[in-house]
Design a protein around this ligand. Structure first.
Ligand code: KG4
Ligand code: ZN
Length: 494
């Protein structure tokens, strides 16, 4: 009752009266209180109310007492505490809000272990005696531009593989044309599978299971590999696994050394279609803690390579990396993205525009017609500066994610996806890990980009968990987000 007399919430009061508590009228209030209570208390009371963010609190100035001051200060402390809590909750919610993160908005998510994440079902059986002997898997990958097949043994040995590149087609057209990519997959798939089996000195009768990428990727392309694999699995009565392309990239880091990369660990996935930071809890269980808000890093490499007239068949990344070696990484001033956003998300669209404008400026300065006519030295400087800024963005987001993971005693990083083949990125991130006493496990460069062995190995990891799919009822998914699994308060964005 007394409190009500002292602090009255005046929603009915006009807006100007309310703002007066914070703003220009503070000296007036001070004067009023000075008259009533003496300067010191009045100043402190006004300070108190000025500090209360967006407060609608006002004063019944006739009854100010010591008691009232103490209570007001207590109320302020409580309010501040609540504000801090609310800000922390808001921050937590922010983490993981990237475009690629599943927040229930997608129809189909990757969920091989069901809603608990660990209830695996062998819908088409498992290889016989799979836990007591090495078994072999034929893997097929056709999610994007290359047709790959491989036979991999469950102890991590690649017995035979084959890859049909479409680089020459995309070079001619300046990028991937889905219809042409599909036609090339159709043309190559039988030969690639035969070659992989031949090189592994095995046959379809002898292999123990079949795995194929079913998403995410280009629908037209995924369908070619998926239909072929489902048919073979049905005809030869083999256990079948529908592979998640991004999981396959991540698990590839475990192919050669599973002890070095035991779950849980942190993964940075950088490819042509994705750019994500994931807490990897187990096979089929991933918590996305950051994703790109627009372009992926691979896309940004490819577009910058095209701007500079570099070969882009099979991706412009390798050519841009080679050119950057001859350039000065600080010659062109570029802005590191998302400086004001304190989370683990990425954005590469701005950098893409930034580098194009920088090239246009150089074109004007040098008096040439286009970026293609710039000197090799200028192009190398542009490439090196681009790469340096792109990696700085990676480093900043990664350090933030590492700090989060350290609270959960996770201190192993893997870097996967096509862009992880980049030597400069590997060197810089290795240094970062050394500085923080983390270990870093990366696949060999040739296994970072898309190939058949990734589908075989991911299938092996799934089969080992007792998980397989039904080849007579397998769909393909252009978008195929990970389901949300997590247990930590830090990354829990529910
Ligand atoms: O994983 P990936 O083979 O296909 C997707 O799943 O997207 O990644 C292809 C991407 C392309 O953008 C390509 O330019 C990039 O990986 N890439 C590289 C390097 N090698 C491949 N980017 C930078 N440096 C490289 N050495
Ligand atoms: Zn890929």
């Amino acid at each position: 009752m007394m409190m009500a007399g002292i602090l009255i919430l005046l929603w009915s009061t006009s807006r100007s009266a309310l703002t007066s508590v914070h703003g220009f009228a503070s000296p007036i209030l001070t004067q009023q209180f000075s008259r009533l209570r003496g300067n010191e208390n009045a100043n402190s009371l006004v300070r108190t109310f000025s500090a209360i963010d967006n407060s609608t609190t006002t004063i019944d100035s006739t009854s100010v007492s010591d008691d009232a001051l103490i209570k007001a200060q207590r109320a302020e402390r409580k309010r501040k505490k609540l504000l801090t809590k609310a800000a922390a909750a808001k921050r937590r919610k922010f983490i993981g809000l990237a475009k690629a993160v599943d927040r229930g908005q997608f129809k189909t998510t990757y969920q091989p272990g069901g809603s608990s994440g660990v209830s695996f079902v062998a819908k088409s059986g498992l290889p016989q005696d799979y836990s007591s002997r090495p078994f072999t898997v034929l893997g097929i990958e056709s999610s994007c531009d290359d047709t790959g097949a491989a036979v991999v043994r469950s102890d991590g040995v690649i017995l035979g593989e084959s890859l049909a590149s479409q680089a020459h087609i995309h070079e001619e057209w300046g990028g991937i044309v889905p219809g042409l990519a599909k036609a090339a997959h159709e043309e190559n798939i039988d030969r690639v599978i035969e070659e992989a089996l031949e090189r592994a000195q095995t046959t379809l009768e002898e292999i123990d299971a079949i795995g194929v990428t079913v998403g995410p990727g280009l629908e037209l392309c995924l369908r070619v590999g998926s239909e072929k694999a489902c048919q073979l699995a049905t005809d030869f009565k083999k256990p079948f696994v529908g592979i998640h392309h991004l999981e396959a990239h991540i698990l590839m880091a475990r192919l050669e050394n599973q002890e070095a990369l035991e779950f849980p660990f942190l993964a940075l996935l950088v490819s042509g279609g994705h750019c994500q930071l994931l807490k990897c809890l187990g096979v089929g269980r991933y918590a996305v803690i950051g994703g790109t808000l627009d372009d992926s890093l691979g896309e940004c490499y490819d577009k910058t390579a095209r701007l500079l007239g570099l070969p882009i068949g099979g991706g412009g990344g390798p050519a841009l990396e080679a050119l950057a070696k001859n350039g000065n990484a600080t010659a062109i001033p570029l802005t590191i993205p998302l400086q004001k956003r304190q989370d683990c998300d990425f954005s590469y669209a701005g950098l893409k525009t930034n580098i194009r404008r920088a090239a246009e400026k150089l074109v004007l300065e040098r008096g040439v017609e286009s970026a293609l006519e710039l000197s090799e030295e200028d192009k190398a400087d542009l490439a090196a500066s681009f790469q340096n800024t792109a990696i700085k963005h990676l480093e900043q987001r990664l350090v933030r994610a590492m700090k989060m993971m350290e609270k959960e005693d996770i201190n192993t990083l893997t870097v996967v996806g096509g862009v992880a083949a980049n030597q400069e990125i590997r060197r810089r991130l290795q240094n970062l890990c050394d500085d923080r006493d983390w270990s870093m496990v990366v696949p060999p460069p040739r296994l970072c980009t898309d190939q058949g062995a990734m589908a075989s190995w991911a299938a092996i990891e799934r089969l080992r968990m007792g998980s397989s799919d039904d080849p007579s009822n397998q769909d393909i998914y252009a978008r195929y987000p990970f389901s949300f699994y997590d247990n930590s308060p830090e990354t829990n964005n529910e």
